[in-house]
Design a protein around this ligand. Structure first.
Ligand code: ZN
Length: 411
């Protein structure tokens, strides 16, 4: 049931303007391609302008040259009871070959109730919903008991330097919970897989393929290591099982190279001096990345134990922890009730197979996150990317109710 006050705030939403905003932001091609002079800055300036127009306390901070974060706060007049963050990113992935698109990739063409364009789904629409929800609350004149914090950052699609910098500069302090506005068809995604990239390198001695005993081969030790890693994967699956939303954990060798990059051409009659393998490890809640890294290091040592001339290196290139937020967390409950009040349907819970900026917020700042926003789950990064206008309308309304109910309103 919506209260009269909630109905009054929702009446301040202007759907035509929201659609126009999604089009405007999608039309800014914010692919990070410094060699072509494109990046997030114009899109971030557009976001900054909307925040300034509605009177938010707005900050524009460069994380790296040409790569800004926009941080804006709607302040409660009293010390805030809580702070609700809305998170989004301004970067989009490459459009690929524009000739493969039905419409120009940054046209934001409207057809059949959808807005088409690179980034429309991932995640210009989500960013606009966070902005528009905040604007409706501002325009309605209601006074929230807590703060809304908008963190619209750069580089989610790369190394997530935007959100890492956001945490490093202290912006996450005091945030009670965060809605990550990524495209999830308005499902409440309360778990996210983690990822860990490990590069294992084994070094031996190069030799002529006809006289292998004059060198030390590294392919067989790598094969032993990969067999051990595969067995570790099976043990982890047996130990942690299938997560309700994320499925089972995995350890996948993705890049296997011998000779290693920079060590010359591969030749049929040359036994290379080193072999390297990248493992793409996907984690579900309950797995411990540090423990896994230690296991892999031990396995490399065991695989190289056959010859004292073998050496190894085990480098953890990146760790993004898995996340899980309790279904009974107040933000999850609030979003679920809001969704039901708006649609008449029960909320659909889910999980995110990859990591998002929310992973960093959760792992580095302990912030409970829910990933929930407009846009088909499978369409990000595709040719002819699109977002449903109906989903946008539901998302923005859900965000308004979530903010009013989670933060509370001073009567
Ligand atoms: Zn995204």
């Amino acid at each position: 049931m919506l209260t009269p006050l909630e109905q009054r705030v929702l009446a301040h939403l202007n759907d035509a303007q929201i659609v126009a905003w999604v089009q405007q932001l999608t039309q800014i091609p914010s692919v990070w391609k410094p060699e072509l002079g494109t990046g997030e800055e114009p899109a971030a300036r557009w976001v900054e302008a909307r925040c300034t127009e509605m009177g938010l306390d707005t900050h524009f901070e460069f994380v790296a040259p040409g790569r800004p974060n926009v941080i804006a706060r709607l302040r409660a007049p009293q010390p805030p009871t809580a702070t609700l963050m809305f998170e989004g990113h301004t970067d989009v992935v490459t459009e690929g070959d524009p000739a493969k698109w039905t419409d120009p990739p940054f046209s934001a063409t409207i057809r059949d109730g959808r807005i088409y364009g690179r980034g429309a789904n991932d995640m210009k629409a989500g960013v606009v919903c966070a902005l528009a929800a905040t604007k409706a609350i501002v325009d309605s004149g209601v006074t929230l008991m807590g703060d809304i914090l908008l963190g619209i950052v750069c580089d989610e699609e790369g190394h997530m330097i935007g959100i890492k910098n956001f945490v490093d500069r202290g912006w996450a302090a005091g945030v009670s919970a965060c809605i990550v506005c990524e495209p999830e068809e308005n499902h409440l995604c309360i778990a996210q897989k983690g990822v860990m990239w490990v590069q294992a390198t084994i070094t031996g001695v190069m030799s002529h393929g006809a006289m292998p005993l004059t060198g030390v081969n590294t392919a067989y030790p790598m094969a032993r290591f990969l067999s051990l890693a595969h067995a570790l994967e099976e043990r982890e699956i047996a130990r942690h099982g299938r997560h309700e939303f994320l499925g089972q954990p995995s350890i996948t060798p993705t890049i296997l190279q011998s000779p290693i990059p920079g060590a010359g051409e591969a030749q049929k009659n040359v036994m290379p001096s080193a072999t390297t393998c990248t493992l793409d490890i996907r984690l579900i809640p309950g797995q411990d990345p540090d423990w896994l890294a230690a296991q892999l290091e031990k396995m490399l040592a065991a695989a190289c134990a056959t010859d004292p001339r073998l050496s190894y290196q085990c480098e953890v290139v990146e760790v993004r922890h898995p996340t899980a937020t309790d279904r009974n967390h107040p933000l999850v409950a609030t979003l679920g009730a809001a969704y039901t009040d708006l649609t008449g349907q029960p909320p659909i819970y889910g999980g995110v197979p990859g990591s998002t900026d929310g992973t960093i917020l959760n792992a580095r700042a302990g912030i409970p996150i829910v990933t929930c926003g407009p846009g088909d789950i499978y369409i990000p990064h595709h040719i002819d990317e699109w977002v449903s206008i109906d989903e946008i309308k539901t998302s923005v309304r859900t965000y308004v109710l979530a903010a009013l109910r989670f933060l509370g309103v001073r009567e």
